[in-house]
Design a protein around this ligand. Structure first.
Ligand SMILES: NC(=O)c1ccc[n+]([C@@H]2O[C@H](COP(=O)([O-])OP(=O)(O)OC[C@H]3O[C@@H](n4cnc5c(N)ncnc54)[C@H](OP(=O)(O)O)[C@@H]3O)[C@@H](O)[C@H]2O)c1
Length: 216
């Protein structure tokens, strides 16, 4: 099965961004070049990288390796209805990307995705993308490791489905102070899970912690 590492930037008050519809790119202002280089080394070391469709809508991310030399991981975007902004970077930069949709994706949304040569569409799940089925499909294609960067909804689904092997958190030293900014997890209930601190260090002045499941 694909080994999934979640890798997120979190403020002191547990937020993934500084406001409700704010891009998490704003947190880069409080990052450092050394941390960015380390972060992109993690991307380059993985076969695939995944963010939820809302992160594509809000952040318009590149999800490529830029701050160090290295290969780009395959970009994987679960989007149940297949609605990604036609003008976003992922749709237009030619970097190989797999968009996983559910059976409720509309023909119009599929037509836009399929009009891009670098985008492959796979159908996994009825109403929502079935992440377990998606991982089985990726595993069959030789994808062994994946970084999942967020946001809250995707991370919550991954934890609920027990698909996460490692958690990495970059502790950004700011308090967002915005009550409606997205939190690490989205508040849906899930069972208690215990994690073991495997490593922690300071990279470019920012704390980084790494967790594994307690029993791993
Ligand atoms: N600080 C960080 O490290 C970091 C990293 C990434 C993102 N963020 C922030 O996180 C926020 C976005 O988070 P979010 O919770 O709104 O959205 P999200 O987790 O990025 O995306 C959720 C969307 O993914 C699609 N999806 C398809 N199948 C899914 C499944 N099985 N489980 C979950 N989602 C599925 C759905 O979109 P459809 O409507 O297409 O079905 C769903 O609404 C932004 O503010 C962004 O800046 C922060």
């Amino acid at each position: 099965m694909v080994e999934i590492t979640t890798l997120s930037e979190l403020t002191i008050d547990g937020k993934l961004s500084l406001g409700r519809s704010a891009s998490s790119k704003d947190l880069f202002l409080y990052s450092t070049d050394e941390l960015k280089a380390w972060f992109h080394t993690q991307r380059a070391a993985n076969d695939a990288i995944m963010v939820g469709a809302n992160t594509v809508r809000v952040d318009d991310p590149e999800l490529t390796v830029r701050h160090v030399q290295g290969r780009n991981p395959l970009r994987v975007i679960p989007s149940s209805d297949g609605r990604l902004p036609p003008d976003c970077t992922l749709m237009n930069d030619g970097v190989p990307t797999l968009v996983a949709v559910s059976e409720r994706a509309t023909p119009e949304a599929l037509a836009i995705l399929e009009s891009r040569d670098h985008i492959e569409v796979v159908v996994c799940g009825r109403d929502q993308v079935d992440l377990q089925a998606l991982m089985a499909l990726l595993d069959a294609r030789g994808i062994r490791t994946m970084i999942a960067e967020g946001g809250s909804e995707l991370l919550s689904s991954l934890f609920k489905a027990d698909l996460v092997s490692r958690i990495i958190i970059k502790h950004i030293p700011v308090i967002a102070g915005a009550p409606d900014a997205p939190t690490y997890l989205n508040g849906t209930s899930m069972s208690l899970s215990r994690w073991r601190l495997e490593d922690w260090f300071i990279k470019g002045g920012i704390g980084v912690s790494v967790y594994r499941p307690l029993d791993a």
